[in-house]
Design a protein around this ligand. Structure first.
Ligand SMILES: *Cc1c(COP(=O)(O)O)cnc(C)c1O
Length: 471
């Protein structure tokens, strides 16, 4: 260790002063900046002690203004960050699922900046209930008799089963005992709800008589799960919904359906999206339908439950409803999103999830060309860029194997070969960028690149280059 070097380490206050004028850091709480400077100086001391830093120049490099500012910008930024989604998966659960429409964002800002009638009836001046504010819209859009909204669809399934089937049997086809990402499994949720799972049929085939034979005095409901993230092909049979509804009606049992991705939009045939609409399920006589607010619907995270009044009224009274209640931001965003669905043309232009799914290949091609042109202008020395056809996916468990035709921008850095390393460097840029690695290329699916993304991608790629050059 070179003890001499310690004298080149400035005090915290000196460094604080040094970075004082940096605009980006002025909004960061002072103590946070100070803590991080402490951390920086401590690591420097440590590195001197263990001989990693051996001379004066190395010390000076760490305490010079640019280095400190860059370190602080990185160390003090919020952990919840914007990310560029180049995966082409529109409803990407890990990347935040649906983007809210401008209308929804504005409703959230307004609904949180002022006091509101969240649980206050403006008709009676007395206490009201929060979900009643969106119930009418839900009924108009789905044709259901009643509805309520809870925290998310997993919560919705839980409260529905707990209300209608606690300590009783619920009949489910073995082909629908699904697991979706993030550890949501139908059998596990059923157990938590207190309902008893009664499996019928085989994985690939279930018949109406399987359901009927399983009905006993202890049966509370027939349950259907939309097998949203997988599909059985080949020798396969599932009972048509209408038959199941008839069976339920005959035995006076509710049909509960976990629809997963709640769709309110009739997608054009060329897209090949086979997601039933909620209205269709209600029309076919399903007693209680639940679905997510932030999948195909394109709204905030929420679990929406609609169906027959006799059942929904019971669910509303379940104490779990209090535990699973939605917050005011969700409510504001959900109402704004649902309002857009009152006009289908408006919905498809204003709800980002629909807009991204509905973007035609010709538009995507033009977008890819524009992006490549811009990238070549700035970066042709250090990268090569090409365009190729590809497929994107809806995501969120909807339409599992129906690919949406798209265009990919292939990016090859000519300053490094290791694409896995390139990918991880891009996770540390500002903003981070997530893409696809395939056939020795790093690729961006332009479908999920937003307007604001297109202008920062050159800068992000430049950052990656600078990083490799410096390390
Ligand atoms: C996504 C999904 C869920 C869970 O919904 P969350 O809103 O994420 O809680 C439940 N069931 C099915 C079939 C799903 O696709």
């Amino acid at each position: 260790m070179n003890r001499e070097l310690f004298k080149y380490i400035p005090s915290v206050d000196v460094l604080l002063k040094l970075v004082e004028s940096e605009k980006e850091l002025t909004t960061v709480p002072r103590t946070l900046v100070k803590d991080k400077i402490d951390y920086l100086l401590n690591s420097l001391r440590q590195d001197i002690k263990n001989g990693k830093i051996k001379n004066k120049d190395q010390v000076k490099k760490v305490v010079e203004r640019d280095f400190v500012v860059n370190f602080l910008k990185k160390a003090t930024r919020p952990k919840y960050r914007r990310v560029i989604n180049g995966t082409g998966v529109v409803v990407h659960t890990n990347l935040g699922r649906s983007l809210l429409s401008q209308e929804a964002v504005e409703a959230v800002v307004k609904g949180c900046s002022y006091y509101t009638n969240l649980e206050f009836s403006l008709e009676t001046g007395k206490r009201g209930s929060r979900y009643s504010l969106v119930e009418d819209l839900l009924l108009e859009l789905t044709g259901a008799e009643a509805g309520l909204v809870v925290n998310n669809n997993a919560g919705a399934v839980l409260i529905v089963l707990n209300t209608l089937a606690k300590d009783k049997e619920v009949i489910v086809s073995r082909g629908e005992l699904i697991e979706i990402g993030g550890s949501f499994r139908i059998p596990d949720v059923m157990k938590s709800s207190g309902a008893i799972l009664r499996e019928v049929g085989a994985t690939n085939r279930t018949h109406l008589y399987d359901y009927e034979q399983a009905i006993s005095p202890n049966t509370a409901a027939l349950f259907k799960a939309h097998t949203s993230n997988y599909k059985i092909i080949g020798f396969h049979k599932e009972v048509p919904l209408q038959d199941l509804v008839m069976l339920g009606n005959r035995y006076n049992l509710p049909i509960i359906e976990d629809l997963g991705s709640g769709n309110f939009y009739d997608f054009p045939d060329w897209l090949n999206i086979e997601e039933p609409t909620v209205a269709d399920r209600i029309k076919k006589g399903v007693s209680v339908v639940s679905f997510s607010g932030d999948k195909l619907l394109g709204g905030p995270q929420a679990g929406i439950i609609v169906g027959k009044k006799q059942y929904i009224d019971k669910i509303k009274k379940n104490p779990l409803n209090r535990a699973l209640r939605i917050d005011k931001m969700t409510l504001a965003a959900l109402e704004a999103t649902l309002r857009l669905y009152k006009d289908k043309a408006q919905a498809k232009n204003k709800i980002p999830t629909l807009k991204l799914i509905l973007t035609p290949p010709s538009t995507l091609k033009a977008k890819a060309k524009r992006l490549v042109k811009r990238l070549k202008q700035d970066l042709r020395e250090i990268y090569s860029f090409t365009i190729k056809k590809g497929n994107s996916r809806v995501g969120g468990g909807a339409s599992p194997e129906k690919d949406l035709p798209t265009y990919l921008v292939l990016i090859k850095p000519n300053f490094m070969d290791n694409l896995d390393r390139f990918r991880s460097i891009l996770l540390d840029t500002d903003p981070p960028m997530v893409g696809i690695i395939e056939d020795d290329y790093f690729m961006l699916d332009v479908r999920t690149l937003l307007k604001d993304d297109l202008s920062v991608i050159p800068e992000v790629l430049r950052q990656a280059y600078n990083y490799v050059k410096e390390n």
